[in-house]
Design a protein around this ligand. Structure first.
Ligand SMILES: [Zn+2]
Length: 161
């Protein structure tokens, strides 16, 4: 998906482009550029033909790339409140097993302080951990004296207090 997006570096920051030129340097159809404009790519609308500033085009493509990345890229956990994947504060992450093959990563959002959760299978943990400093917790130690089986919602409650 992101592979189809042009390299933002193709937009020279000291140049301006009309739709035609922007399409050419990006290797996309003119209609794609018109779509970008509808999506918020700024243009100088007092000029005809419409002119896109090089730096704006570059920034737009960069933002688009970031958005198109899987929100679950390595080392990141999606923050529901910020609505964006975040690198946890201090990279500190707990792995909370829920079954023998998978569980949940829990970490704190560095920006809003919310708990962030990401379900993972143990098999994929290595490929998604990135720079995360993962503490493998034991389900039993979290339950304490309770005989209840460990479930994710227990953990959330515990941390929202
Ligand atoms: Zn957040």
């Amino acid at each position: 998906m992101s592979a189809r997006l042009p390299n933002p570096q193709r937009a020279k920051i000291h140049r301006n482009y009309d739709v035609e030129e922007a399409a050419r340097i990006c290797g996309v159809h003119r209609n794609t550029v018109r779509q970008w404009i509808k999506q918020g790519l700024p243009v100088c609308d007092d000029r005809r033909p419409m002119i896109v500033l090089g730096p704006e085009l570059r920034a737009f493509l960069q933002a688009k790339r970031t958005r198109n990345k899987c929100p679950c890229g390595p080392g990141r956990i999606y923050c529901m409140r910020c609505r964006t994947p975040k690198v946890p504060a201090g990279n500190m992450t707990d792995y909370l097993p829920s079954t023998s093959t998978g569980g949940t990563l829990a970490a704190i959002c560095p920006d809003c302080g919310s708990m962030m959760y990401r379900r993972v299978s143990l098999a994929k943990l290595a490929s998604i951990r990135g720079e995360l400093d993962i503490t493998m917790t034991q389900a039993h130690s979290r339950i304490g004296e309770s005989a209840q089986p460990f479930v994710n919602s227990d953990y959330k409650q515990e941390h929202q207090l």
